[in-house]
Ligand binder design. Structure first.
Ligand code: RBF
Length: 168
């Protein structure tokens, strides 16, 4: 298997986001990395026709706050179809890394289930800065792009299933 660009996805399989409204919560820790991820996500949403007014961006202090940031967005904007959570946690010398990663992965899942809407986990969890750079526009692509494509696919899936249920 070719392993150079992990953000490879089939662009023909990504649905149009013309009617969609998507939130992006971005953590300020490791800002250069998370800004690059957010840029990849926003460019991708634009590429698939999400209207500028329908891309709603907020910032939270650190990745740990992504869960409550996503929850606040969904609670206060009923028109949002999904939220993409963007952060970067870099392994340090203490156990914070494990606690933050665990909290965000569980938290994002809980918010998605609570609101019945896709909440996307675009969190880099790396051993060092170099690995983070490689995945935010470097040799392993940009995980923000992948997060945006995932949001579009999940919203389309949700709308398909909802319309099937209504017809049944
Ligand atoms: N937030 C991140 O988004 N990435 C990190 O790598 C990161 N490392 C942290 C390391 C320590 C020791 C602490 C105390 C916090 C760290 N945070 C990091 C911030 C965390 O997500 C959160 O904002 C704070 O713990 C406040 O709730």
């Amino acid at each position: 298997m070719k392993k150079t660009n992990l953000s490879d996805y089939d662009p023909t399989q990504v649905p149009s986001g013309k009617e969609y409204r998507i939130g992006i919560a971005v953590a300020e820790w490791n800002k250069e990395i998370t800004d690059a991820l957010a840029e990849g996500a926003i460019d991708t949403l634009r590429k698939y026709d999400v209207a500028e007014d329908n891309i709603v961006l907020i910032h939270v202090p650190g990745s740990f706050e992504l869960t409550s940031g996503a929850d606040l967005m969904l609670r206060n904007d009923e028109k949002l179809d999904a939220v993409i959570c963007i952060g970067c946690v870099i392994q340090g010398e203490t156990r914070h890394f494990d606690f933050i990663c665990e909290a965000v992965s569980q938290g994002v899942t809980n918010v998605a289930i609570k609101h019945g809407k896709p909440v996307i986990f675009s969190l880099l969890t790396t051993n060092n800065v170099e690995q983070a750079i490689d995945r935010s526009g470097g040799k392993h692509g940009n995980k923000g792009i992948e997060g945006a494509a995932t949001a579009l696919k999940m919203i389309a899936l949700q709308k398909t299933l909802e319309s099937k249920r209504q017809k049944a």
